[in-house]
Design a protein. Sequence first.
Length: 287
Amino acid sequence: MDDPGDTSVRPGDEENWYRLRANGRLDPVELRTDRPHPARVYDYLLGGKDNFPADRTAAEASLRRAPGLRVAARANRDFLARAVRAALADGVRQFIDIGTGIPTSPNVHELAQGSTPGTRVVYVDNDPIVGAHARALLTSSGETAFLLADVRDPKAILDAPETRDLIDFDRPVGILCIATLHHVPDEDDPQGIIERLVGAVPSGSVLALTHLGSDLAPEEAAAIATGAARARVTVLPRPRETVGAYFDGLDLLAPGLVRVPDWRPEHAVLPEDLEQTWIYGGVARKP
């Protein structure tokens, strides 16, 4: 008999997915593989195989409108690695990765623990399929955990047992919000989400964030947003001024808020890759 206290999600249990809420109760959640999900679309753009026909259809439609999306997806992923290394160099030894997506090596814990053993990582995503993969691949040690939760509910993320068991909120925390907020509509207050997350961590903590920039490629941005809406997916590119406001009250690390390939590149950036990557990225420290 299954342990009623076991909240793990096993591959193949498509009829019995559960979401662990902050109060410890299990609520059923509907698994929709007939609709695209941002995590699985991103997986397809990165060349992964953990996606469904609806995700591939949505991705290909987006690629027709903006052929550079694959380049942008890879540049965004590379930014994550550099941001994690920068946070480690700044003394951060624990991370909350919100909107982690399908596990794609190197993952945050691989990047962090490979150079700094003992670093702790909590992965967060709202897709049960991501949860199945994450629990199977990312949580083999006691220094990583996965939480099925939504960025729009910061309190549930911060108060979850998975988070409280691993994260010491008296020490600096790295909050990773990579390509997540452009899936959050204005009415869900993305600015307030970041304020609540950053407000919960102490001085010396770091926020790393990327976001589609509407002013970097206005026509493509508008086309992607419209196409995503038809597929019932929220994609809202925003201008630099709006994205920059997410870092209000924080100290942006050099070189500031820039296209992600230009953030501390480790090799020469090709002009055509930079032009196709209409994603802003920045890393900031809480004073």
